[in-house]
Design a binder for this molecule. Sequence first.
Ligand code: ADP
Ligand code: MG
Length: 616
Amino acid sequence: MNPFNKIVVTDIIELLPDSIANQIAAGEVIQRPASAVKELLENAVDAGATEIKLLIVDAGKSLVSVIDNGKGMSETDARMAFERHATSKIKKIDDLFSIKTMGFRGEALASIAAVAQVELKTKREKDELGTCIEIENSVVKNQEPCATSIGTTISMKNLFFNVPARRNFLKSNASEMKHIIDEFIRVAMSFPEIVFTLSSNGQQIYYLEAGSLKQRIIQILGNNYNAKLVSVNEQTDYLNIYGFVGKPETAKKTRGDQYFFVNNRFIKSAYLNHAVNTAFENMLAKDSFPSYVLFIDLDPSQIDINVHPTKQEIKFEDEKIVYAFVQAAIKHALAQFSIAPSLDFTLNADIQNLDAVHKPFTTEHKQQATASNLFKTFTGKHQAHKIEPNEKSELKHWKDFFTTRPIVEINNEPEVEQKIQYNQLQNVESLFIQLHKTYILTTNQAGFLLVHQQHAHERVLYEKYSAYSHNKQIATQKNLFPITFELATPDAILLEDLMPEIITIGYQIEPFGNNTFIIQGTPADVGTGNEKHSLELLLEQFKHFSSDIKYSKREKLVRCISRQQAIKAGTTLSITEMQNLLESLFQCTTPNVTPTGNPTYIEFKEDYLDRMFGKM
Ligand code: ADP
Ligand code: MG
């Protein structure tokens, strides 16, 4: 035995070198090019710029550059800006509770400098010469006075050049570009008074002139919103809500154009989204989602934004009040524009008189607030959301809204085991009865089945589309005349990204430049005249799914198209159609549930029926 193999281990803890510590910390803030875009745009906004240009090369993997005409930095500040926890936006801990700027953690520039090569050029109005700094891997390579225009230009080159593992983790250019555009839109939407431009690989994608919020929304979401926006505007002492909701006809099949900003910060909130949905209740087709761009401004002390640096979630001091205001404000707006038939209460006066609104918040005031008349009107029968004093109950309704139904168990046997052979059906003289244009009642040897026609068809289509692949393509139905159509930029990028998968499910599409595409053919299940609509719907549904990392792109598309093309509940079926559907269903590998786990049929066995009637 070689005695040198045995190393004597004593102390084992070491301090990480600064460069590694910085890279680890940077991982929290900068995950992809879009994270840098968000931080740099927000810094330009905080600097008071009136014009902000974003230049992207190679989906931000080679270059993200932000040019602003804001207040610029002094020579010392320019150097300091790259230190971790260096910020001009808070000085003491109390400032955290009154933040009005977008940034405050002093981490963005330090993080970017830790994982990329950075060039900064900046000049204040009063200075004759500006400052240029080059930093790489958190190390200053060069700093010198230079001639530059007023404001700041920051260029981030070769993101993750020093962390190859993370660079490899970046997604396709189309996907990274989509994230960049999302961040760009979120910042541009909340500052319509600032001119924003975005160019990618030398091509201008957006030029957003300064204007009103409405103009900005139309510039971003498209001209089809013109004359279809209803203005929302409620001012109270506790909070202000303003912005626009789309008239019911602009509602989408999936959550598409939905934007919430709290103190100008884009946030995601399923809870507030629910408030908007319920305000629209009965005005929208089932399964469609309203479009909205809404701004909530309230005292910064009533919210906590000091959560994870990149999380788009915030905590409200009192969530219920915000929910109630959002819902009421939208109902009010819809009623004023005669979109909703009536209004159950007058909003402004009541809300203004509420103790909760004009007095500081204490537990006592909260109790008074929940007991007040306004809150009682919220619990009235036309108000979908009930505010109940019971702490947990108000969430119940909301949860129901999101959870999918569990698989039904009949006869105490788990549904999965209930696979029935079709020959079992054939052996008896099957009877097919359609109930409520939704269910098919049919007999089998053991008893009878109640089949949900839409669920059943979704399963059949799902297995059919899943069976096709790149080598084995599905039957395509050629269009007599090619159909051209144009998409909004983010959708065009998404479609290009999905092209190879979309082709395998039977679409024949080609890009035609300038966000335009030509449809030459569609899957045989898509009816003539529906080609464009079906594709738009597919993209919408895909977006709905897109954050779900469980599934591949192809799997998501297959799920979307099967759901989209399934015979809908409410469609009358002939005996032959019912018979064909059931035949195909029981040829499936998993006939008993839809891809999302809803039952396709329920079996009622004879002995179960007997037991129900007390015969056993
Ligand atoms: P934070 O924005 O949280 O303060 P950052 O790391 O993003 O932290 O920026 C650090 C500081 O650098 C800012 O507080 C600001 O003083 C300065 N700074 C950053 N970007 C700009 C800019 N575009 N114009 C002027 N000053 C800037
Ligand atoms: Mg910042």
